[in-house]
Design a protein around this ligand. Sequence first.
Ligand code: BMX
Length: 279
Amino acid sequence: ETVLALDIGGTKMLAALVRGETVADSLTMPTPKGDGGPAEWLEALFAGIAHWQGTYESVGVAVTGIVDDGLWSPLNRKTLDIPDRFPLLQTVVGLSGKPAIAANDAQAAAWGEYRYGDGEGDLVFLTISTGIGGGVVLDGKLRAGLAGHFGLTQGQDFDGALEDHVSGNFIAAEAAAHQPGASAREVFTAAEKGEGWADAILDLSARRAAILCRNIKLTLDPARIVIGGGIGLAPGYRARIEAHLDDVPERLRPRLVPARLGDKAGVVGIADLARNTKT
Ligand code: BMX
């Protein structure tokens, strides 16, 4: 069964035709922040995939933010500024004419990595991207609701949400003083070229991510923490986190692995959930 899977994040929107863990076709568009709202963004996305009509039987939508009863709300507007309780399911059913389900993006990705990733046991997925999200699979079950919203947790040495001090948004904001307008990606490039300021920003971000991984290990004791997201999967970032875990005693040390499905974890996961949810 082919599922139309959508993954709407703070930076990009991905539409994919998914069979099992195979992505048969896909389309990526930047999330048009500040330009219309979710209704217009979804219309634009569906216009781009109009030629897929008739090739899928159901739809799964993974979004940054929380979905309650089909209504989509932001938790941190710095990640994506959308209105409260946007009628996501209703809009997607209207645009596709197919049954649909919706879930948080990182929870969907956690499920994708659990179903199709390597290894067994409990799993925590951690996406380090525009914001920081996560998903928790315990005893073979994906936890819903707020479970895994690690980016919203607060720190001891800074004010506000953790993600505002770690994520891609943070990295880009810190870079402004050194290289105005630089994206998080460009900070990685600068660090590779030996720029000390860029190295320091990435290191601070990774140090805080390492503390988060330690706390996750001590809270849930997952067999592995799967790292995803544009920052989490950027060259060298996971190694930086690992470097900050070097001195953690073996028994307490989290095992970090890269997302096997890469940036497709969300669409593969939400497609699987759509296939197995009778609506
Ligand atoms: C935020 C929150 C989470 C999301 C995470 C990663 C919003 C809009 N989003 O913590 O629901 O999973 O960011 O989102 O409040 P991403 O866009 O960086 O993938």
